[in-house]
Write a protein that binds this ligand. Structure first.
Ligand code: HEC
Length: 141
């Protein structure tokens, strides 16, 4: 019995999906993005970035892969890495990346920007998106 309690404790506190589900509950049902960001975790975002890393580097000066380097992307003008050839669709989307726009984009890229070449279905879990935004923000300082 004691090991079970310990396992549950480690699952809740040790990072990973259990931790994320717990934080999502702590944020409350129908939490808005600002509330989710209060509960977001940069390290969890870094882990979640694993699903982006096949196509994106994040370190300063990192090379473009299938997608552009994402260092400093929060606050950056959309489609502005001059070393990358963006679609016209993303260029015309315009403006700057902030948390709200990033949240919508990461939920469903091709719904936000029809015609984008980012071949990625999207991240359904709002807490996971908040974690990713916290990490992208950290890497944008
Ligand atoms: C299969 C490859 C692929 C995956 C996986 C992928 N992306 Fe992308 N991403 C792209 C491509 C290609 C573009 C450029 C899209 C265009 O020009 O329409 C892009 C563009 C972006 C942009 C816009 C950058 C800018 O300079 O305006 C952001 C932000 C972004 N991706 C974030 C992410 C994040 C975060 C993840 C993981 C959750 C992710 N992407 C997963 C390929 C990918």
């Amino acid at each position: 019995m004691r090991w079970l309690v310990l396992t549950l404790f480690l699952t809740a506190c040790g990072g990973g999906d259990g931790d994320r589900a717990w934080r999502l509950r702590a944020a409350g049902p129908n939490a808005d993005l600002a509330t989710l960001l209060v509960h977001a975790d940069v390290d969890a975002g870094k882990r979640a970035f694993g699903q982006c890393a096949a196509c994106h580097t994040i370190g300063a000066g990192g090379q473009a892969l299938a997608g552009p380097n994402l260092h400093g992307v929060i606050g950056r003008t959309v489609a502005s890495d001059t070393r990358f050839g963006y679609t016209q669709a993303l260029i015309e989307h315009g403006g700057r990346w902030n948390a709200a726009r990033m949240d919508a984009w990461l939920a469903a890229p091709s719904r936000v920007v029809p015609g984008t070449r980012m071949a990625f279905a999207g991240v359904r879990d709002p807490m996971e998106r908040a974690d990713l935004i916290a990490y992208l923000t950290e890497e944008s300082r």
